[in-house]
Design a protein around this ligand. Structure first.
Ligand code: FES
Length: 110
């Protein structure tokens, strides 16, 4: 099994309908994971970067939440429409700044 250089952990936690916290799965995260996998493969990055589902990242209020490691970039409100831009950023070593969720101590709010 190859050891990937980078991992994209996308929360695919699902809560029951009507739960006050909502859930990333209810916001479309499972589709985001599928599209990320397909986009990475298409871009030739499938052996270098792995997209996978995770349990709750405790960022429910900004879901769909995704963490990119080892860069430790946190993304929020990710949609299927954002996937091409995210794949391109990974391919070029960039970050999709408009989706980045900064820790409160960075002053940008979460
Ligand atoms: S349900 Fe996705 S971060 Fe909590």
């Amino acid at each position: 099994m190859p050891h990937r250089k980078r991992y994209l952990f996308v929360c695919t936690n699902r809560r029951e309908d009507g739960h006050p916290k909502g859930s990333c799965a209810a916001s479309g995260s499972e589709e985001v994971v599928k599209l990320l996998k397909a986009g990475l493969l298409k871009r030739g990055l499938g052996l270098e970067t792995r997209a996978c589902g995770s349990t709750c990242l405790d960022l429910c209020e900004i879901g769909v939440a995704m963490v990119q490691e080892p860069e430790h970039v946190t993304y929020g409100r990710v949609t299927a429409a954002d996937v091409p831009e995210l794949v391109e950023a990974i391919a070029t070593g960039g970050v999709v700044e408009r989706l980045v969720v900064h820790p409160p101590d960075e002053g940008a709010g979460a």
